[in-house]
Write a new protein. Structure first.
Ligand SMILES: Cc1cc2nc3c(=O)[nH]c(=O)nc-3n(C[C@H](O)[C@H](O)[C@H](O)COP(=O)(O)OP(=O)(O)OC[C@H]3O[C@@H](n4cnc5c(N)ncnc54)[C@H](O)[C@@H]3O)c2cc1C
Length: 503
């Protein structure tokens, strides 16, 4: 598949996009499909001339299309610039290594030349993690050709996977019956290396929420050498080397492979939608469920507006999806107890489902976003986590900050921990034509300030990148910043790895 120079997936069909725009306008009242703006056609002339010649390495190219499709991630801020044909920050070179030797060669060349390297997996970052937003030349090190499952340890239930493998590539490479139970919404294109580098969040709403929980060991190449941790089910031997690479965002080394914990494919799955007339009652139900020790695989609460937009809700009720799964035992007893808990808060259970149909709209959503630039709709998502005691005040303040942008703001609790939820906010608003990036930046600043002030984290699973960097600097302890800076200097003395993220 040839990926579009601007969209999620292949180049979308224009009439399909117009149809999405029409349905979306009907549902939200936003957008102007009659004033449809088509995307800029790709032309090599859209790209600045490369600042450096192609090195004598077979995996490197300066082909304009290869550079264009690797200019941005997938935030709305990125989407709108690519849609308009703005590739000012395109990497000068793209490297597509097939193995670790080629990764090492590229890093050695880049270190010798002092050329910054931006590691890239699926390019689905929504925080400016893969954009060379700095002066001078840059090289995009794209791991997508290193995409195999290399080994499976059926006894310990773990698999050694190359970093450039996408979600489908990992699961297609595993023996029948085993799966990596990790399904972020970007599953189709995001990669193992990207998940580890960003501490991505999967579909489990409780318990194994982050990729961290599924990582057994990691191997990375930095300018200072190869970093590989021992395969262990757990260890108390000092600070964990894996923890240094989890969330390293390409700044400390290039992750090349990892042992990941895999699971038996569940055979018992039940999912029940529960309706609530009042949001606070629904939140209280999630609180109690999160503290019950039942650890449902799904515990996703959608406010009434979000339920109406994404899951066929009636617009008046919040909807909690409660799901359990197991490869070992029927889950009915867990479901019954969970429904008792949420029923005590007024939750009314709908028909239970085996198929988890909500997943259909979850995975289609990225394609819907393709219609936003053409129809003049700006979109932004804000995700955080906060303790239960602070959640009501944070929620009120974030919704108020979002309401300053005319449009529609929604919330879902995407993850639920015993000590707090991870709320995920979406805003869709009329875009200010020609000033969308400034509009998005203003919104990001307003809401991020509120999130930090109200005790939340700047990100629960989308990572820091360049867009969250000012807020991450405020959130982390100063001595930790010193330690991180020293680690970066030791591993990457020339400072070539993804400059501008983290430190
Ligand atoms: C529609 C949509 C839905 C999304 N849903 C989710 C979701 O459900 N959960 C979630 O957590 N996130 C989600 N995201 C965000 C994004 O998919 C994640 O951050 C994902 O982990 C990025 O993986 P990637 O392979 O695309 O990495 P990229 O975007 O290519 O890179 C992200 C960062 O990781 C670094 N990096 C990538 N590969 C390597 C490597 N091999 N070695 C070192 N550094 C590397 C890059 O330098 C960059 O800093 C979503 C994004 C979109 C657009």
């Amino acid at each position: 598949m040839t990926r579009s120079h601007w969209a999620w997936g292949p180049e979308p069909d224009a009439s399909g996009l117009r149809e999405i725009a029409r349905l979306f306008t009907e549902a939200t009242g936003l957008g102007e499909p009659t004033a449809w703006e088509p995307p800029a056609l790709f032309s090599p002339a859209l790209l600045p001339a490369p600042l450096i010649p192609v090195p004598p390495l077979p995996c490197c190219t300066d082909d304009p299309y290869e550079r264009a499709v690797r200019t941005y991630g997938q935030a709305y801020r990125d989407l709108i610039r690519a849609y308009r044909g703005d590739f000012a920050n395109a990497p000068d070179l793209v490297a597509l290594p097939r193995d670790e030797d080629e990764v090492t060669q590229v890093l050695e060349w880049a270190a010798a030349q002092g050329v910054p390297v931006v590691p890239r997996g699926g390019g689905t970052s929504v925080v400016g993690g893969v954009e060379a937003r700095f002066d001078g030349p840059s090289l995009c090190l794209d791991l997508s050709r290193m995409n195999r499952v290399l080994e499976v340890d059926v006894v310990s239930r773990a698999a050694l996977v190359e970093a450039g493998a996408s979600g489908p590539a990992v699961n297609d490479g595993l023996p029948d019956g085993l799966q990596l139970r990790f399904f972020p919404q970007s599953y189709e294109f995001s990669t193992v290396g990207g998940w580890i580098a960003t501490r991505a969040g999967g579909h489990f709403a409780t318990f194994h929420t982050h990729i961290d929980d599924l990582v057994e060991s990691v191997r990375a190449i930095s300018p200072a050498g190869v970093w590989e941790s021992r395969r262990l089910p757990g260890s108390g031997a000092g600070p964990s080397p894996d923890r240094w690479l989890l969330g390293s965002e390409g700044a400390l080394g290039v992750i090349t492979r990892a042992w990941l914990r895999v699971h038996e494919r569940p055979t018992h799955k039940v999912s029940v939608p529960v309706r609530f007339a009042e949001w606070p009652a629904a939140v209280a139900a999630v609180h109690d469920l999160a503290q019950s020790g039942l650890y449902p695989s799904n515990c996703r609460l959608l406010d009434a507006r979000e339920a109406a937009l994404t899951s066929g809700g009636d617009g008046r009720h919040a909807v909690l999806i409660v799901g359990f799964e197991s490869a070992d035992h029927p889950v009915d007893a867990w479901v019954s107890r969970a429904l008792e808990i949420v029923g005590a808060h007024g939750g009314v259970a709908g028909e239970s489902r085996q198929d988890q149909a909500w997943k259909g709209s979850f995975t289609r959503m990225p394609y819907v976003r393709n219609a936003y630039p053409g129809m003049g709709v700006l979109a932004e998502t804000v995700e955080t986590a906060v303790t239960w005691d602070r959640f009501p005040a944070l929620h009120e303040a974030v919704m108020a900050a979002m309401a300053e942008e005319a449009g529609t703001a929604t919330c879902r609790l995407a993850y639920a921990y015993p000590d707090g939820p991870a709320p995920y906010y979406t805003i869709l608003a009329p875009a200010v034509k020609g000033a969308e990036v400034e509009q998005w930046d203003g919104l990001k600043q307003r809401v991020s300030d509120v999130v930090l002030r109200m005790g939340g984290t700047i990100t629960h699973h989308h990572a820091v990148g360049r867009d969250h960097r000012p807020y991450y600097d405020r959130q982390r302890p100063d001595p930790f910043a010193l330690a991180l800076r020293a680690a970066k200097a030791a591993l990457d003395p020339g400072g070539i790895l993804n400059p501008g993220v983290l430190i």
